[in-house]
Ligand binder design. Structure first.
Ligand code: PAF
Length: 254
């Protein structure tokens, strides 16, 4: 696996040799990332993963500084999973001095997560568009766990006439039901036990029941979101850790 750090090197990939699949990531790889790498590996000739903890999608009081970083381990995991190129730029490479152009997916990006994390989806949409422009993938891979991120990215792709496919890979869960997330590492064993209320509430696939089951926790929101497909989505805080999760709602019988 080749590690590249500059836009110039990431742009010079052998795209003429076949299709390119891009897996945008912020590192701290777990089984959820492996599922994305496998999906990309299965349908592309070249697999590129980006590893960039994007400062623009973190709010001032969020966990940018604490976000888990271990590039050496991540590179080994990605290589083992069959990633061909790891694009791991520094912040100045992607946001050079004078940077001032942003992508705003207005309505979709301002509710649910967007309401509780103002500016988050502006940062996500902007970095994704930059990565798409740099790597020029045929397909990009995202996890269903971040359902609103998927909706925002798909909307941007449609609105800006981008020429790539967005692939969505099912959420990977631990045996106890907790959705895998790099932020799970912040949870103490006791907090992790409390966090299980989130997947259990969502598994009811019923808004009223989910609300009742989350009663007593620090809930940012629990809502049915009309993404494609519709999901029951929630965000809760357990200690200092903020967790999001969702389940796809079955279609109404015809
Ligand atoms: O889901 C993530 O890890 C990030 O939001 C992404 C898509 C890599 C953009 O920074």
């Amino acid at each position: 696996m080749k590690i590249v750090r500059t836009i110039a090197d990431a742009s010079g990939l052998p795209t003429c040799d076949g299709t390119v699949g891009l897996v945008p990531t912020m590192g701290a790889f777990h089984e959820g990332h492996l599922a994305l790498f496998r999906a990309a590996r299965a349908e592309n000739d070249v697999v590129v993963a980006s590893l960039f903890v994007n400062p623009a999608q973190f709010g001032a009081n969020e966990d940018l500084a604490a976000y888990p970083r271990d590039e050496e381990r991540d590179a080994a995991v990605a290589a083992e999973a069959g990633v061909d190129v790891l694009f791991a730029p520094g912040a100045d490479e992607l946001y050079p001095p004078g940077f001032q152009t942003w992508v705003e997916v207005e309505e979709l990006g301002s509710r649910l997560e967007g309401e509780h994390r103002p500016g988050h989806f502006r940062g996500v949409a902007t970095i994704c568009l930059k990565l798409f422009n740099i790597v020029r993938p045929d397909r990009a891979y995202f996890g269903q766990k971040d359902a609103q991120q998927v909706a925002v990215v798909k909307r941007m792709v449609r609105d800006l006439d981008l020429d790539l496919g967005i692939r969505v890979v099912p959420t990977v869960r631990d045996a106890d039901g907790l959705a895998l997330s790099s932020r799970n590492a912040y949870l103490s064993p006791k907090e992790r036990e409390r966090a299980l209320a989130l997947p259990r509430a969502l598994a009811t696939k019923d808004l009223a029941q989910a609300r009742a089951r989350l009663n007593g926790l620090d809930v940012d929101y629990v809502e049915v979101a009309d993404f494609e497909p519709s999901v029951l989505a929630a965000a809760v805080r357990v200690g200092k850790t903020r967790l999001i999760d969702n389940v796809i709602l079955d279609k109404e019988p015809a």
